[in-house]
Write a protein that binds this ligand. Structure first.
Ligand code: GDP
Length: 363
């Protein structure tokens, strides 16, 4: 499954955020997952469309899509040289698909900062530098091997060498590998190096309770930095999210109303993570259950069927497809069919985010 890792300096709010995320996931009664280990959890992707489908197709089982979230603690200056939990830390980041970089944007004299003061950009750069240094080490090793292999005239190795040299030059100037524009073929050539700075990053600006509007000077700096490096920012207040995650649905709504916000910032964070990973959802809906399934952008109907069961992909016949808008207009699947709006799609069909589907197969 797809995963995102929470990273950041000590005392910036990583575990507060992680605990709020995993608590919030546990509250959903029909949630078929649980915590994998203390630092790896499965988090439900909040999707208001599920409730809208349930209004027309009543069932007690509603299963949201999910992403794995890891709490990767232990990064300190010098991690790339093995300081702190350096090696373990880097190995964990290597395994995740995306990075959620928590940045401290709250001033609080009671919470010490490893570098003595709150300074979001300095903190971001401290972490990025460790990742860049670790990548430089991996790329240099790989360069040596590839140079030798390329001598034989092998075209793939020569192409790989070019990509590695481009990345090495960027790292050498203190830039993350994601700043180098690579086409999908180039990316495939170095995919197995699992470079840390090639992974997409979302900055999570952790603000003080009274900065919920996200207009503080600290946050402004993070936003500007993110813009310059093609990354996104989500603002949260870790302590408020931790509190919200522990409340019943009713009490939570009351607290949200009191704060004047529509939904927990964690929901925004999870959805942003999902989209950072290039993920989309389609739905299956019947009286037994309504369920969101995770696919990548560009999946065909048989590939989507394969997410449910590999046999459905192999023995795919066709898909019946409708949209939530159809359902809301015609009131039921029968109504959609009677209106001639139930589409039959074949093997070439590209599944769209939000499609509601039945698969015909001979499995
Ligand atoms: P980690 O080391 O990055 O995992 O940080 P923690 O989540 O353990 O948080 C460190 C301290 O900062 C704890 O005492 C938290 O209660 C506090 N903290 C976390 N988020 C916030 C926040 O948004 N505002 C304030 N004032 N304190 C926070």
């Amino acid at each position: 499954s797809v995963s995102a890792g929470i990273v950041g300096l000590p005392n910036v709010g990583k575990s507060t955020t992680y605990n709020a995320l995993t608590n919030a996931g546990a509250e959903s009664a029909n949630y078929p997952f649980c915590t994998i280990d203390p630092n790896k959890g499965v988090v439900a992707v909040p999707d208001p469309r599920l409730k809208r489908i349930q209004k027309y197709i009543p069932t007690d089982r509603v299963i949201p899509a999910a992403v794995d979230i890891w709490d990767i603690a232990g990064l300190v200056r010098g991690a790339s040289k093995g300081e702190g939990r350096g090696n373990k830390f880097l190995a964990d980041i290597r395994e995740v698909d995306a990075i959620l970089h928590v940045v401290r944007c709250f001033d609080d004299p009671n919470v010490t900062h490893v570098d003595g003061s709150v300074s979001p950009i300095r903190d971001i750069e401290t972490i990025e530098l460790e990742l860049i240094l670790a990548d430089a080490q991996s790329v240099e090793k790989r360069l040596d091997k590839t140079r030798r292999a390329a001598k034989s005239g092998d075209k793939t190795e020569i192409a790989r060498l070019e990509v590695l040299e481009k990345i090495h030059a960027a790292l050498d100037q203190g830039m993350p590998a994601r700043k180098v524009s690579l086409d999908p073929q180039e990316e495939a050539l170095i995919y197995d190096s699992h470079l840390l700075t090639l992974k997409p990053v979302l900055y999570v600006a952790n603000v003080a309770e009274d900065d919920l509007d996200g207009n503080s000077e600290h946050v402004a700096k993070v936003r500007q930095y993110a813009e310059e490096t093609n990354a996104s920012v989500v603002t949260i207040c870790g302590t408020i999210e931790a509190e919200l995650a522990q409340l019943s649905e009713e009490d939570r709504q009351e607290m949200l109303d009191g704060l004047g916000i529509e939904e927990p910032a964690l929901h925004v964070l999870i959805r942003a993570t999902y989209s950072l990973l290039g993920l989309r959802s389609f739905f299956t809906a019947g009286v037994q259950e309504i369920r969101a399934w995770t696919i990548y952008e560009g999946y065909t109907a048989p590939q989507a069927a394969g997410v449910i069961h590999t046999d459905f992909e192999k023995r795919f016949i066709r898909a019946e497809v409708f949209t939530l808008e159809d359902l809301e207009q015609y009131g039921s699947e029968a109504g959609i069919k009677a209106a001639g709006k139930l589409r039959l799609e074949g093997k070439e069909y590209m599944v769209k985010d939000g499609d509601i589907m039945h698969f015909r197969h001979n499995a």
